[in-house]
Structure formats: C-alpha cells, structure tokens
Design a protein. Structure first.
Length: 364
C-alpha cells in the first residue's frame, strides 16, 4: 500500500461525495469544488465572479475536495519550507510521497494532499477560509505554470485594449496603485497579488479570483474606499505619522463588485505594460515612469518573479524543491514584447493615477 493510499483511506469522503459541486472558470482552467455546509456557501459568495454552471470540456481541470475537521491517521516527518527572502517565521511544512506531496500550514494545522490527481484539504477549514481560498486558487496557478505561464508578484487591470500589471516589493503600494487605476472609466480588475503572464503574438495576463486585502493607508488615500473604516477609527489612523500608517498591517477585505459595481472583473486580459514600483517616501524628485530594458535590471526583475511554492508539481512530476529561486530566462521571454517601466521618485499615488489615465487614453 502506498502512502498516498494510506492518506486517502484515512479520510472520509462521504460528505463531498454527496455534496453539490460548484465550478469556477479562469481563462484556460476550470476547478470543481466539492464541499458541504456553510463553508460551501461562504466560498460560493467569495468566488461569485468566477462561478459557472458547467465547465467547458476544453478547459484543463482539477477537482478540489474539502474535508473540514479531519486529519491524518499518522504523523509525517515534516520538513520546514524555506520562506522567500525578507520573510520570517514558520509558515509551511512538507512531506513528499510517491507522486504527491503533503503540505501543512504550521500555525493553523490545515493540511493538504497535492498532486495532479488529488487536491484535498482537511483540518480546521472553517476557521481558516482564506487558506482554503488560496488552495483553490493554487490549482489555477499550478495548471497554468505547467503549461508555460510565469507567475508574477503583481496586481493588474485592463481597459481600452490595454493591460497594465504593477509589481513592487511587499508594501510598495501595488494594491493602492492598481485600485487608483480602477477609478479610470472602463477599467476592469484582473488580479491583486498574483498575475500569470505568457508570451504570444499578443502577450497575455491571467489573474485569479482573490479579492484585495488592503491596509488602512490604501483605504484613507482613496475617497471611494474611506467608508470601509468606521469614522472613529479613521480619525485615529489619520492622526498617525505617515510612515507608521504606511507600515501598519491591518487588513480589510475589498470586494470589487461591492465598491466598483458589476462587471468590473476580467481575469483574462492582454498585457501591454508592466510597471515596477521603485519609489520612496524619502525621495525628493517627482514620480517618473521610465521605460527600461528588463534584462539589464535584475533588481526590478526580482520584484516581478514569484516562486511557485510548495504546492507546485512540474510537468515531469518533480515537486518544486525547497529553497529554489525562479529562473529569470522564462520571465524575460514572456515579457519581451511588453513595455516594462520603472516607477521612481517620490511616492505619489495621485500623480501615478494621472500617468495611468494617459496610458489608457493612448497618449503615453
């Protein structure tokens, strides 16, 4: 008996076998989710913009089983997953099986079985819905990456036949910037934190259904969003020094349809422009958007590239090695026909929004 069969035999699939499935479709990928009860209802609300009645047969497909409050019947010798540079603390642990991998979230205890044939989450799922959402989205990322798409740490919007992705170091303001672009007439939201890119006659971008989770600085800097925070708390935040407000981690969920109205989400889009935020509060020069040769700027490329993480299994069956770094060459190929620009100077979201208006008006 293989360890994969041992894991599967130790789980009770009766609830998911009896559950009514729901389906999401993102570009070339379809995901079927099997889950019962209140968790199913909560997930369907979250994935509303991506829901479809049936999946087209040509879509690459994965089925996800969600088994709340179940666990392994044995304890693996977990190996801690190395986090990306600049991040600390234990987050994931892995244990490799034959053709599959177990992944455990260290803090919550939520556990996953991942392979092309199995995508199963079990443990305290109802208390960790965001983790479940990420696992479902991971199936889209995995399938696309096996098909040659490159994963970027970026946000994106599209409109007027153009697509703009914005990357930057964590906390650099990409969510704030992309939401300011959403105020431009005709814009549609593509993605907030993960963007897949692929070369072609027309370079393409693909987002995932992950709503922005934004900090108070983003909210207070955008009049459209200010009511997301109660007046008393707004007053407290507005009294804080700018640097402290910028660094504050106090996440708020933003549902695009509730704030911007219906039909403002489009996961598959052309990709014409890619901006990398390299600006600073301390700079004394105005914001500037300058075209660059990405092959000569490894510092900017490093802000774009995103490791596929512990869930990713390569086309040859190998899982992503622990501590591996992304290969720059496929990113340079995917972005060779995209205009890449560096955003430098003083952080100024009003000025950047004005430059975005020029871009989508075709005058930049």
């Amino acid at each position: 008996m293989t360890l994969v069969k041992t894991v599967l035999d130790g789980l009770d699939f009766s609830a998911t076998d009896a559950a009514m499935p729901f389906h999401i479709a993102i570009g070339p990928v379809g995901v079927t989710v099997l889950c019962a009860g209140g968790l199913r209802d909560e997930l369907m609300v979250y994935f509303a913009e991506a829901l479809v009645e049936t999946l087209a047969p040509e879509l690459a497909h994965q089925t996800v089983h969600l088994l709340p409050d179940q666990g392994l019947t044995w304890e693996p010798d977990w190996i801690q997953w190395a986090r990306e540079g600049g991040k600390t603390g234990r987050k994931d642990a892995v244990f490799d099986l034959e053709g599959a991998r177990l992944v455990r979230k260290v803090r919550s205890g939520v556990t996953f079985l991942q392979s092309p044939d199995h995508a199963v989450a079990f443990g305290p799922l109802q208390d960790n819905v965001s983790t479940v959402i990420n696992f479902i989205n991971t199936q889209v990322l995995n399938i696309c990456q096996r098909d040659g798409w490159q994963l970027c740490h970026a946000a994106a919007v599209t409109g007027q036949g153009r697509g703009l992705a914005i990357a930057g170091l964590s906390g650099g303001g990409k969510s704030t910037s992309i939401l300011r672009m959403m105020d431009i007439e005709g814009m549609r939201f593509v993605s907030n934190d993960r963007v897949l890119v692929a070369a072609g006659a027309e370079p393409r971008a693909l987002g995932i259904p992950k709503h922005p989770r934004i900090n108070p600085g983003t909210i207070l800097g955008n009049p459209r969003l200010r009511d997301m925070i109660a007046p008393a708390r707004r007053a407290e935040l507005e009294a804080m020094p700018v640097a402290d407000l910028w660094a504050l981690e106090e996440k708020h969920d933003l549902f695009i349809g509730e704030v911007y109205g219906p039909d403002r989400v489009q996961y598959a889009a052309p990709l014409t422009d890619f901006w990398v935020l390299n600006w600073s509060h301390e700079a004394d020069t105005p914001v500037a958007v300058t075209e660059v040769d990405l092959s000569a700027r490894p510092d900017l490329l490093s802000a774009i590239m995103k490791s596929p993480g512990p869930f990713y299994q390569h086309p040859d069956g190998r899982f992503e090695p622990n501590g591996a770094s992304p290969d720059p060459a496929p990113y340079l190929d995917a972005l060779q026909d995209v205009r890449v620009c560096e955003v430098s100077g003083r952080i100024d979201f009003d000025a950047l929004a004005g430059i975005g208006q020029q871009l989508f008006a075709g005058s930049l």
